[in-house]
Design a protein around this ligand. Structure first.
Ligand code: NDP
Length: 254
């Protein structure tokens, strides 16, 4: 296989949750540039439509709230009808919640888990039977540094993102024998709306982030985009069950 084939996503259809903004949009751009059809999913039509205009031919969107669990199968059917069978699912949609652990109510905790974990599971179980039938599929999750170590003031988010690492391993043990690989990208601190909100007005936290990141900067969304292309591509055909930090060294920094 030559390099342009090894890293090509031609013929693939990628469903990307949270694909209208930030890291999800960067993954959509990179996967689209690598040849995939991309379908962006989120709750805000305007953001999604703007992203699709940016990407052009081969991109489309569907408005869907992933916490509406009963809608997962219908979404996958609609995507299949309009863009072809989903061969890559990117479970990227997420919400953030920054507050002390004791102030985090069980309801707030549950909302974060519902988005990152239960919503992602509902979609995963909706796409996997088709992938198994076709003996071809790649599922990606967007994890976090909170998947790998403790971070204060984000208890529900940490629970969700560390649960993802286990889910990816569990799914990989069930699906990989059928040609369906499951992996997670753990972005370090990446410049997006979400990280701006988490770091704005908290210079001490920002200094701590940069102080423990050997690359000494925040990452760019496209850094995650190209990692997604790699993990979804034939180049990674023997890679499954892993969580890949893309973090400027934050997870090994001191
Ligand atoms: P954004 O806020 O830009 O992205 C979150 C996306 O998720 C939005 O497009 C949002 O769209 C979508 N979303 C949220 N809830 C739902 C829902 N219930 N149903 C469908 N879509 C939903 O931030 P990022 O790009 O930074 O975040 C993307 C992912 O990356 C998240 O999982 C986040 O935890 C993770 N991450 C981010 C890091 C960073 O430094 N920025 C670091 C590590 C991980 P809409 O509101 O229209 O539904």
């Amino acid at each position: 296989m030559n390099p342009s084939e090894a890293f090509s996503l031609r013929g693939e259809t990628a469903l990307i949750t949270g694909g209208g903004t930030g890291i999800g949009l960067a993954m959509a751009r990179a996967m689209h540039a690598a040849g995939a059809r991309v379908v962006l999913v989120g709750r805000r039509e305007a953001e999604l439509a703007a992203a699709v205009r940016l990407l052009g031919v081969g991109a489309s969107h569907m408005v869907h709230d992933i916490t509406h669990l009963d809608g997962a199968a219908a979404l996958v059917e609609k995507v299949t009808r309009e863009a072809g069978p989903v061969s890559c699912l990117v479970n990227n949609a997420g919400i953030h919640l920054k507050k002390p652990a004791v102030d985090t109510t069980p309801e707030e905790f549950q909302k974060v888990l519902n988005t990152h974990i239960v919503g992602a599971h509902a979609l995963t179980r909706a796409v996997v039977p088709g992938m198994i039938e076709r003996r071809h599929g790649s599922i990606l999750f967007t994890g976090s540094m909170a998947s790998l170590f403790g971070i204060p003031l984000v208890i529900a988010y940490t629970a969700a993102k560390s649960a993802m690492v286990g889910m990816v391993k569990g799914y990989a043990t069930e699906f990989s024998q059928y040609g369906v690989r499951v992996n997670c990208i753990a972005p370090g601190w990446i410049e997006t709306e979400m990280s701006r909100k988490a770091l704005e007005g908290d210079p001490a936290r920002k200094a701590k982030v940069l102080g423990r990141t050997p690359a000494a900067s925040l990452g760019q969304p496209e850094d995650i985009g190209w990692a997604a292309v790699y993990l979804a591509s034939p180049a990674a055909k023997f890679v499954t069950g892993v969580t890949l930090p893309v973090d400027g060294g934050a997870s090994i920094g001191f």
